[in-house]
Design a protein around this ligand. Sequence first.
Ligand SMILES: [Fe+2]
Length: 419
Amino acid sequence: MPYYTQMGTIPPKRHTQFARPDGALYTEEVIGAEGFSGISSIAYHIHPPTLVDKVLEPEPYSVEYVDRDFLKHRHFLGEELRPGGGWLSGRRYIMGNADVDLALCVPTEPMGENEFYKNAKCDELVFVHDGEGRLETPLGTVEFRQGDYVHIPRTLTHRWVFEGDVQPRLLVIEAPTEFRPPKRYRNDVGQLLEHSPYHERDFRPPTELNTIDQEGEFIVRIKKHGKLHPFVYRYHPFDVVGWDGYMYPYAISIHDFEPITGRIHQPPPTHQMFEARNFVVCSFVPRMFDYHPDSIPAPYNHSNIDSDEVLYYAEGDFMSRKGVSRGSFTLHPGGIPHGPHPGTTEASIGKKETHELAVMIDTFRPLNLTTEALAIEDKDYMYSWQPEKHGHPMPDAAPVPAHAGDGAVSTASPADAAR
Ligand SMILES: [Fe+2]
């Protein structure tokens, strides 16, 4: 997280005596990553966080990749994934590598009152495509709504509670390294600079610390080594009376990302929101198109040798485009060019704005696919640049419309053009 935060009651100096009302000591826990070199927080528990009554048999929870080393553009119809399961059993892993795993989750079952989850390997960044509710943690509650990214640092016990009538739909991004704002947007002490597309005020740390002092059976499923390890704790894990530090959950809305625009087409890094080891997360949000009189709002063809590009289509008018619908993924691997579909370059000329919403994940190592992905694949996507598939003439015969300045306003999306 970009800044220091504290909640509840903490002693004036770390690692000193801090007495409960009954005279016994609160139990201090340093929660951190990367040994003692990464970010951390210090929490004060009523009861020792080490008090385990039972460790149950681990449950298998590994991701199996069945399609590797391919060199084809791929397209997956996320809406075809069936809803079901809970926050963990409902995750459908689609693709990933050693740096990141991507899953869709459309859960229909709530987490039990005394059930919790902790990812002991990965940070989780969850894009809330649909739904609202709250993330409950020992460090407080984070309320979330549609369009939020919810970040849960690894090692943090938590539970998801969905509210309202809307079926939740979530894109889960798991990484064994920390998600951070891009370095170029921060100064030497980590503060976000003026040219950053978002600000510290846009981050929403926990708003409420609900300390629960309760004895019973509390099951925390700890994800590690491709398994869920159920630990039965004697005391409720949310027994923290205060904490401070840099490691805590937060939410930030995709709608708080202020787009960077220009006279000519801006490259994908201008949309970057987070970085982690060997991949980035970008947000494509509603914005004005390029304003050079001869600009082409649609992206140009490009060849990325060193990265695979994944786009998750959240909202916009790309539904009119053959094959790409809400909740779809496209995957354009490094090594072969990709770009606008036939006719979309010319059609974008003169357009003033877009209402698209999309999340992009670019990885610097190749991605692999699961059986879940293959089951929802649009297998013809590789050939979707053939002009006859779009009812267009060959590209060199396509008419070029009048350039910008004709006052046209469109809701067309460059997502139509399949970046
Ligand atoms: Fe691209």
